[in-house]
Design a protein around this ligand. Sequence first.
Ligand SMILES: Cc1cc2nc3c(=O)[nH]c(=O)nc-3n(C[C@H](O)[C@H](O)[C@H](O)COP(=O)(O)OP(=O)(O)OC[C@H]3O[C@@H](n4cnc5c(N)ncnc54)[C@H](O)[C@@H]3O)c2cc1C
Length: 399
Amino acid sequence: MTTAADAVIIGGGVVGLALADAWLARRPSDRVVVYDKEDRLAEHASGRNSGVLHAGFYYAPDSLKARLTRDGNAMLRAFCGEEGVVVRETGKVVVTTSEAELAALDVLAARAAANGVHVELVDEHGLAELEPLARTVGRALWSPTTAVADPVAVVRALAGRVERRGGQVRLGTPVVAAGPGWVQPAKSDRIDAGHIINAAGLHADTVAHWFGVGEEYRMLPFKGLYWYANWEPGRLQRHVYPVPDARNPFLGVHLTVTVDGKAKVGPTAIPALWREDYGGVAGFSARELAQITALYPRFLRSAHHDVPGLIKAEMPKYLRRYLVGQASQLAPSVRSRDFTTKGRVGVRAQLLHVPTGRLEMDFVVRDGERSTHVLNAVSPAWTSALAVADYVVDGIVAA
Ligand SMILES: Cc1cc2nc3c(=O)[nH]c(=O)nc-3n(C[C@H](O)[C@H](O)[C@H](O)COP(=O)(O)OP(=O)(O)OC[C@H]3O[C@@H](n4cnc5c(N)ncnc54)[C@H](O)[C@@H]3O)c2cc1C
């Protein structure tokens, strides 16, 4: 028996759910089904991130990330307000560890202006007033619109809104094959689908390849470890970030405040050996291990990144003392003995452009036959999800 849906979304993370929500907002009588392979919501990146509502000042002004993060920040705040999800208004400071980083800090301030994001440059005294634990050399950048929320609470609220709009969220249902106009969920009838949207996170490249889309891309996952402080809640008030290395898509080890006021250090960007490499052998796949290690010779020769430098900088961060030591350059009172509770490990669904060895910096959205593929939904796609969904669904509905 075959059943039918107007839109099928593969992947029920924050992006997939936002896509369903946006579709139903435009076409309320359509049959929209979201499939997720896990039995529970937010089992992957959408529930394993820092929960930081990014402001949108890091990204090149002509990028999707710049526009969709600025807009997504405002949309996610409004959504949280409507759904009763708490947002903690932490703001964020970006600090320097030497004068050599001041030029890069100014570039961030210029990007903020170009992206329409409000930031301020403050001196060392200004920083001390904003966040007494943080240190900088000369200047720091203050972002008042950066905030934090519980990522799992956001995903649950979004799934609730999709269901209230009449959408179906089918958990515990991996999609095992799909092509233009059809989807095959495991142990279930084949579905005729008007349009298919691929929001499969760490598996988005595999799903895209079923449609002959994005063949030049492979997933190159990076693991993010966190450690929580045993400090009393509220001791750290603001997120504290370093000046990022512009050659890499990662922001560097930072200190963040959770929605309930706890401080945590992380995440790392350690190469993962398989997609769901969260620790131990959980999610181990020999096939993925072979595929990912086969990508490294090309990636190591990449002219776009200092890959040996990246690996050399990241691997010692497996050691808690080293990782926390990095964060103490941002806030000297950070001590490794205070950061002993391990956080939930996350893996970044980072896309590698195989022919050039380049890590894609921007979100990548590709059209296929009766399908759309959201690739490289890396940070800050949790912040941007509602804006990404509007952008994608408007493109489909208008076509
Ligand atoms: C360590 C870390 C820290 C981060 N910090 C931040 C932050 O502070 N702020 C921010 O904005 N962003 C952050 N991000 C990025 C953010 O988490 C992601 O961009 C976002 O969660 C991506 O959402 P998604 O729905 O694409 O992916 P996911 O949450 O991975 O969802 C994809 C879903 O697809 C499902 N799936 C896969 N294959 C199939 C299949 N074949 N059939 C059915 N289901 C399938 C999976 O089960 C999964 O639930 C961080 C990410 C990481 C890893």
